[in-house]
Design a protein around this ligand. Structure first.
Ligand code: PMP
Length: 524
């Protein structure tokens, strides 16, 4: 083997082997809009209709001319990519423009500060880290107050200005003879024990927030998460769309610490709420969990629980944001005002890798900027492209959002008709705008042995991907954690011809599934 092919084989060969089994291990050589091209054995260019859309990153399609233009301009001007620790107007303009959009969609003038990152998972971890930093600072403030009040109490008793009722000592589990010093030790020990506990993050069952050591703890899928459970504090997964479940989960985490106060000439025992929950993190439309939408009443439960307990709501718009659902933020449809909001995927215009965590002023801890950084975050190239991507989305009064909404309605209508004609094959069509999922029924009773096996192995959706690619030159994948659901996340410029192609392909797939036809396999 040549050095080059050896290198290829060593770059995640297991994954390549899996793609090869499905017959989708082609190398694409060109991309434009919703089309990827590869060259067949004869050297002819073969178009593939791309509904995977860079896993949701291509709301503007592949190589959008304006974004490509911005990249050319940036490079021809010789602008610096890596001039960290300097004044940079593009990142500032990106955050400024996003603030304009946030004000428009949520009707709230409070500004959001922005911290850049390099990937979705990293931006989620910025949110987690910031939320934990804010919680730790609140814990410190609380402990300082408790200690000050304790010192005051001890002083008041020593000077004879106040006395300690025996009941106070008994409530703290101290024998009346042991006196106030023992009680003070109990108060300090209780505070220290609470402060030593890891933070709790709340999220919904089915959520996907990334695969790094911290963010994987918020990703429900056990296959992805469990091997790494020892690497960071675990999250509490709350039943999805179950009324009352959010309040119950918050109540289950409620903690208090004792405090001694001087009250006239007596010492009184009080209990202070202790902040255990760092944040509630959610996708308003779960992407990898199978394209599942949070309802407005449940979103309101999250908002109310967070407001009552004082922790932030982090809305992960990595997949649902950037206009895909017809609004820039999917949370706008529910009027769920985020305290933090996380963007990635489409933010780089489909050309650059960048991510951003936005934090509402009343939750923002400016010292975080001195604690958190990354060499490549907010680099000149990706932030210039992000700015252009936002301007393209916002142009003509948000024409792209309307395109996405209308294309989404047409695509959804087509998928619903497929479901109506094949109710035994297609279980449900879900989602909003151009974030759609088609869930298939299980195939455990299929006459086709390999199909039954694939379903048991949890790769049924991938078999469908292989078929749609091989027989119809259509690219789509199952969602990461709900593998009987195919995701459809094309660009806002999706045309009717492409929808018709998908329609025909899905109908053929359903017909073959219904008949148990082995042509489902090996069509490539
Ligand atoms: N959050 C959500 C909602 C996502 O869909 C994803 C990616 N599928 C991530 C986080 C992680 O982003 P990345 O793959 O860029 O780390």
């Amino acid at each position: 083997t040549t050095t080059e092919s050896r290198t290829t084989e060593l770059a995640e060969p297991q994954m390549l082997g899996f793609l090869a089994q499905l017959g989708i291990d082609v190398e694409f050589t060109r991309a434009e809009g919703d089309t990827l091209f590869y060259r067949d054995a004869g050297g002819r260019e073969v178009p593939v209709l791309d509904f995977a859309g860079g896993y949701g990153a291509l709301i503007l399609g592949h190589n959008h001319p304006e974004i490509v233009g911005a990249a050319h301009e940036f490079l021809s001007a010789g602008r610096p990519v890596l001039a960290q620790a300097s004044r940079q107007s593009d990142p500032a303009a990106v955050v400024g423009l996003l603030n304009t959009i946030l004000r428009r969609e949520f009707g709230d003038p409070e500004p959001y500060y922005g911290v850049f990152a390099n990937s979705g998972a990293e931006a989620v971890e910025v949110a987690m880290k910031h939320a934990e930093f804010a919680r730790v600072l609140r814990v410190r403030e609380l402990l300082t107050e408790i200690e000050t009040h304790l010192t005051d109490a001890v002083e008041a008793v020593r000077s004879g200005a106040a006395r300690v009722p025996e009941q106070v000592l008994r409530d703290l589990g101290v024998a009346p003879g042991d006196g106030l010093d023992a009680a003070a030790e109990r108060v300090r020990a209780a505070a220290a024990a609470c402060a030593a506990r890891p933070p709790v993050f709340l999220t919904f069952a089915g959520s996907f927030h990334g695969k790094l050591a911290g963010s994987i703890q918020l990703t429900h899928n056990a296959d992805f998460r469990v091997p790494f459970a020892g690497m960071a504090a675990g999250a509490r997964f709350i039943a999805f769309e179950e009324p009352g479940a959010v309040a119950r989960a918050v109540e289950a985490e409620r903690a208090e610490v004792p405090e001694l106060l001087v009250d006239g000439d007596e010492i009184r025992l009080a209990r202070r709420p202790f902040p255990v929950v760092a944040a509630f993190v959610l996708e308003v439309i779960q992407g990898e969990g199978g394209i599942r939408t949070v309802s407005a009443p449940i979103a309101a439960e999250v908002r109310a629980a967070a407001d009552a307990a004082g922790f932030p709501v982090v809305v992960d718009e990595i997949q649902s944001g950037m206009g895909r659902t017809g609004a820039f933020f999917a949370a706008a449809h529910l009027q769920l005002r985020p305290d933090y909001v996380v963007l990635a995927k489409g933010l780089g215009g489909g050309l650059a890798k960048t991510a951003l965590t936005l934090i509402r002023e009343s939750f923002y801890r400016p010292d975080f900027e001195l604690l958190h950084s990354s060499t490549f975050a907010r680099d000149g190239f990706s932030t210039a492209l992000a700015l252009r991507a936002l301007r393209v989305l916002e142009a003509d009064g948000g024409a792209v959002y309307r395109l996405a909404e209308r294309a989404g309605e047409r695509l959804r209508g087509t998928l619903e008709k497929v479901r109506a004609d094949f109710p035994d094959i297609v279980a449900e069509v879900r989602g909003r705008g151009l974030m759609l999922g088609v869930e298939f029924h299980e195939q455990s009773a299929s006459p086709l042995h390999p199909l039954r096996e694939a379903d048991t192995a949890g790769i049924l959706g991938y078999v469908f991907s292989g078929y749609l690619f091989g027989a119809h030159r259509i690219r789509t994948f199952p969602t990461a954690s709900a593998v009987r659901t195919l995701r459809l996340e094309p660009s806002a410029h999706l045309d009717d011809e492409s929808i018709a192609e998908l329609d025909g392909a899905l109908r053929t797939l359903c017909t073959l599934l219904r008949a148990g036809d082995p042509r489902l396999f090996g069509v490539v």
